[in-house]
Design a protein around this ligand. Sequence first.
Ligand code: HEM
Length: 333
Amino acid sequence: MRWSPDFRRPVALVVAGTLFSALPGTASAEEAHPPGAAGQGLLAATGIVHGTAQGALVLLAGLAAFAAVVWLPVSRSSGTRPDAGRYFTRGMWALFGVLLFAGLADLSLYAVRVSGEPFGFALFREALFETRSGLLWLVRIGLGFAVAVVISRAAREGRPAYWWTATGLGLVLLATLTLQSHAAAVGGALPLLSNWLHVVAAAFWMGGLVGFPLLLLGPLRKASDGGRTLLRRMAVRRFSVVATVAVMVIVVTGIHATLLNVPNAAALVGTSYGRALIMKLGLFVLLLAAGGINFVDRGRGLFGRMVGAELVLAVGIFLAAGFLTSLPPAGAP
Ligand code: HEM
């Protein structure tokens, strides 16, 4: 499969959108950053790094779920049992690497933003071991490492129990995002459960956007033409059911989070938080359209290219979510 240059437009969209959501809003009073270029630079860096770390975490949990819920049943019922374990393992460790480095950068930026002091090792150590954010990152790195180790074992031994254990650990890993979200600041069971379901549904959908390229590069490339078409069609059919349910959960919990954090239309268009959400919704609509083409196409012709375009749009959504969760909510005083 050859990656075509058709990505320029989505890439340009993502970059423009990310910069747009970093622009200062009329209600910039909500952003407790020092005024001027340095403050805006720190805000933009925080949003991008936070979004990258969240994206790596959601994709890592999502890939484990994709392997257990979609690929394992398909490869077993195909009778040929093509092995994707090695490719999922490599994908897992690559995502863990991104999570580790983006997490360290995220915590460093957090330490500088909150203390107002220049970065230094003592400041970083204090943030890591003496703040809630630091302890949450330690738990995240530990859980992320455990998911990657269990997936490596699952790939070696092929036992379904390992794939499901990795999926279960992934769901716990996602809860560490919820514990640091605006929903945690609001408190109460419903906002927390809704936020967790939001990122779980995002993981189940986005996991396919990493899982399919790994399959296309791995076992599907090695299969015979007939075998490849059959496996791809079976995987797309099964994934479409998972993705459809995930999209419904994402929309319901997304609307709930919007109602919790955006008090009115003026706050939606007049704050950086609101504009980051508008950007995210725009990319979401494009992602739905691309997913719809794949669904109708049932894994034929455009499949490889569309999965690539979806992946670029998903990166944009994670960056927008990174701004959403590193900015105060739109209604904050
Ligand atoms: C592919 C689609 C989507 C993905 C991958 C996604 C992913 C995420 C992630 C990772 C977060 C951060 C969770 C946290 O740390 O609190 C988030 C938060 C949020 N999402 Fe989504 N989301 C998607 C679609 C939507 C949609 C369609 C809506 C609105 C209808 C939405 C509204 C929100 C809001 C308002 C927040 C911020 C919550 C807060 O401020 O704590 N998302 N999303």
